[in-house]
Design a protein around this ligand. Structure first.
Ligand code: ADP
Length: 351
């Protein structure tokens, strides 16, 4: 009987609702073996009593499958997620980042809904309030922050081997895009993606920040899970377009966050309408999807953003539209409103 045999058996136990197992999630904290008797301790962070029950049962079953196993004991150490949320008040295994007051993920169910555009402009709009803001592009497969902020500067490392973010448009930026050569393919999957992301998140010298925005990759894959399991997030903002196909995917993302107890801070509806020169609004992707979703989730709709050619051009040219004064651009004004609503929401959730 070895520790490896035990871990191999426990690797068949899936975290309820996920395709990953409890070993891959790092929940098995201790394995003790005495002759053929085995005691394991599994740490689970959840408010849902069904989760530890299921893990307990499945772990017992998995251990009993091992040939010649003697007495088994499964201890489940259930930690309640920090009720107040907040990057600084984490009482769990999730780590806060020293010096960073609020960590906010920006996520979407599917690609192309404008998540990176929203992350970039939200970061700029928050910085315009005088706050210290960082933005981290966590998408290993399609990093776009470097382009949206118009920089190809390569970051330097400090003496502790931490990467120093690039400062651009008043925001501290970190992106996989900074570390890659142009056109180099990034193919990292599964455990490697997890390890890479963890290392990436821990090795950045953020310094003092009021808000750190994490631009998550779309969907509910390994990187998203690693981040929500590792970092003490204040919560996540969901970006969606109004039409049903985008909302279906957004709901999948929401359900992943619910399972790991990450608060939904609000919904931002992008590409809500197109306004022609005559001022008439055309709801190209349908109407009211974001509003209804926010109502369903009982969270605020932080804002609605029109489809706007100039916004796309600004993104392509590396000067986020939110840099403009609100009086010069309706979209910039909308982002200022999103930022103000988000700040208010953060004050309510952590206050
Ligand atoms: P995602 O991060 O969800 O994949 P992006 O932010 O990269 O989406 O946006 C996809 C494309 O749509 C980009 O070219 C971006 O400039 C454009 N885009 C996003 N939001 C808007 C908008 N409100 N109006 C016009 N173009 C937009």
């Amino acid at each position: 009987m070895t520790k490896e045999t035990i871990l191999e058996a426990l690797a068949s136990v899936k975290y309820p609702g996920f395709s990953r197992d409890i070993v891959a999630f790092g929940l098995v904290k201790d394995v003790r073996i005495e002759g053929s008797d085995v005691e394991v301790t599994i740490s689970v962070q959840t408010k849902d009593p069904k989760v530890p029950e299921q893990i307990y049962k499945d772990s017992q079953d998995a251990l009993n499958q091992i040939q010649a196993i003697g007495a088994t004991r499964v201890n489940i150490d259930v930690k309640s997620p920090d009720a107040s949320g907040g990057a600084s008040g984490a009482s769990s295994d999730k780590e806060s980042i020293p010096g960073v007051k609020h960590i906010i993920a920006v996520s979407s169910g599917k690609g192309g809904v404008g998540k990176s555009t929203v992350s970039s402009n939200l970061a700029v709009a928050l910085a315009k309030t005088g706050a210290k803001v960082g933005l981290c592009d966590c998408d290993l497969y399609g990093p776009s922050t470097a382009i949206m902020f118009g920089t190809d500067e390569k970051p330097m490392a400090n003496e502790q081997d931490e990467i120093i973010p690039i400062k651009r448009h008043g925001v501290k930026l970190m992106s996989m895009g900074f570390l890659l050569e142009e056109n180099s393919p990034v193919i990292v999957r599964g455990p490697l993606a997890t390890r890479y992301t963890q290392q990436f998140l821990r090795q950045v010298e953020w310094g003092v920040l009021d808000y750190l925005i994490l631009d998550l990759p779309p969907g509910t894959g390994d990187i998203q899970l690693t981040i929500v399991q590792t970092l003490a997030l204040d919560g996540t903002v969901i970006v969606t377009t109004p039409q049903e196909v985008a909302l279906i995917d957004a709901r999948k993302a929401v359900s992943m966050f619910a399972k790991v107890n990450v608060d939904i801070l609000g919904v931002i509806e992008n590409m809500s309408w197109f306004e022609c020169d005559a001022g008439k609004k055309y709801p190209i992707f349908g109407e009211g999807g974001g509003v209804r979703e926010a109502e369903r989730l009982k969270v605020p709709l932080l804002g609605q953003l029109p489809i706007d050619t100039y916004t796309r051009e600004c993104a392509d040219h590396g000067t986020p539209v939110a840099l403009l004064p609100a009086s010069k651009s309706k979209v910039s004004a909308a982002f200022e409103q999103c930022a103000a609503q988000l700040i208010e929401r953060l004050n309510t959730v952590s206050g």
